[in-house]
Design a protein around this ligand. Structure first.
Ligand code: NAD
Ligand code: LMR
Length: 413
């Protein structure tokens, strides 16, 4: 008999066939598959069995018939009525920059966004008020406002509190990008100070918001900011490192090699976001797992070096901005969907206890409270098991850089 799992959204048990038919057309198949993985099998939980109203007394056949009998259109309408789009306020810090502009645009298009703050410095390439005026003409419900602070002035005192007040999500691409020949690590000194200034302002004005840090080096800046949050008595899991671009790239490159549509490829990328710490787990995606092992090492290397590929191609004029805007918005949309009650799974770099390192990228369930659950790595093959050790060794040092920064500093707010 087909396995049934309880959809936590409505407490009803479905077979995969029913479940996937219900969500078909609304979400990508891989997203539906991820969500299915989150649902508890019926046999394991009597309590949940009761919740769906098809417990002991009711024959299973009837329950099945009941779900099947529900016309598709009605089922879809029901889903819509159950979860209206959210009405969240979002801020993009560095919103007039290379990543900030496309990211702001994608966020302004998200039906879960009611208000968008575009915040940048007075030296930005475009005044943030200009970016806001431009995005404010999109025929979407989001209201877009621009905010500016003079370079060198602390955001915590100089930024109009309205910018951050009430925000549920703050996306932070503010910071210097690499030039050819530089490592992400080379950016730590300057970017850690920028990030601290912004995190300080968030701690003061929107301490409940999720802070999604894009600024590099993610591997060190995220532990630094999360530990500073902890020192301040705030929740370190509000700080989320954005590594989505690695997943986007891994899926794209697998699509190129296999000739399959990357929309249906979902390669988890674990570890961190620099060099060997970027660890695609090809064996966990059906299409990627079909690639011959002798091609995997080169593919793995290409994902690790993809950022440098763009830095070199831009020839001193910046790093990935458009693909990052897209990837950052994918994570941003998932976080908002989670806050609105539609859980999503994305890889992200967060405080974690799934390995012996205190920070690690793995699949994370985003829900009503933000980071709902940090998922374990899952099964690895022999090649990946060896790679994990290599990734952890490099990541450990980069985490330590962040921890030292947090020890030596505190949030002034
Ligand atoms: P950019 O220079 O084009 O834009 C950065 C923006 O941040 C500028 O507009 C600048 O004025 C603004 N800014 C700087 N300090 C600020 C402050 N204190 N407050 C508000 N705004 C401030 O750079 P970019 O290409 O957008 O890259 C931004 C960062 O993102 C870099 O550190 C880059 O390495 C990183 N990045 C990360 C990923 C990732 O996958 N996590 C991918 C690409 C780039
Ligand atoms: C990327 O992966 O594109 C970013 O981390 C930017 C960079 O410096 O490579």
């Amino acid at each position: 008999m087909a396995e049934r799992r309880v959809d936590p959204d409505d407490g009803v048990a479905y077979t995969w066939e029913e479940f996937s038919a219900f969500y078909k057309g609304k979400y990508k198949r891989n997203a539906v598959e991820e969500y299915w993985e989150e649902c508890e099998p019926v046999k394991k939980s009597k309590a949940k069995d009761k919740a769906k109203g098809t417990g002991k007394g009711e024959p299973k056949a009837k329950a099945k018939a009941k779900v099947k009998a529900e016309p598709k259109a009605k089922a879809k309408a029901k889903a819509k009525a159950r979860k209206p789009p959210g009405a969240f306020k979002v801020c993009v810090c560095g919103g007039a920059g290379g990543i900030g502009q496309p990211l702001s645009m994608f966020m302004a298009l998200d039906p879960n966004v009611k208000e968008l703050s575009v915040f940048d410095l007075d030296i930005a390439m475009v005044p943030p008020a200009g970016v806001a005026a431009d995005l404010g003409h999109l025929d979407k419900k989001s209201e877009v406002k621009g905010y500016e602070v003079k370079v060198g002035k602390p955001a915590v005192t100089e930024l109009d509190a309205e910018c951050l007040k009430g925000c549920s999500l703050v996306l932070i691409p503010a910071g210097m990008p690499r030039k050819p020949g530089m490592t992400r690590d080379d950016l730590f000194k300057v970017n850690a100070d920028i990030a601290k200034g912004l995190v300080e302002a968030c701690a003061k004005h929107c301490p409940e918001a999720i802070l999604a840090l894009i600024v590099n080096p993610v591997n060190s800046i995220v532990p630094a900011m999360a530990e500073l949050y902890k020192k301040k008595g705030l929740d370190p899991l509000k700080i989320v490192g954005v590594t989505t671009l690695d997943c986007v790239r891994a899926s794209k490159f697998v699509g190129q090699i296999t000739g399959k549509n990357p929309n249906f490829i979902n390669v988890p990328v674990i570890g961190g976001h620099a060099g060997v710490t970027i660890m695609p787990v090809f064996s966990q995606d059906k299409t990627a797992a079909s690639i011959d092992q002798d091609k995997i090492e080169a593919l793995d290397k290409r994902v690790q070096e993809a950022g440098t590929e763009v830095v070199d191609a831009k020839n001193g004029k910046g790093s990935a901005t458009l693909s990052m805007g897209y990837a950052g918005a994918r994570l941003g949309r998932s976080i908002l969907a989670g806050l609105a009650g539609r859980r999503r799974v994305e890889c992200a770099y967060v405080k974690s206890d799934i390995t012996d390192l205190p920070y690690f990228t793995s699949k994370v369930v985003f829900g009503e409270s933000g980071v709902q659950k940090v998922l374990p790595i899952g099964e690895l093959n022999k090649y990946e098991t060896a790679r994990l050790e290599e990734a952890k060794k490099a990541l450990k040092t980069e985490i330590e850089t962040g921890l030292k920064f947090a020890e030596a500093n505190e949030l002034n707010c």
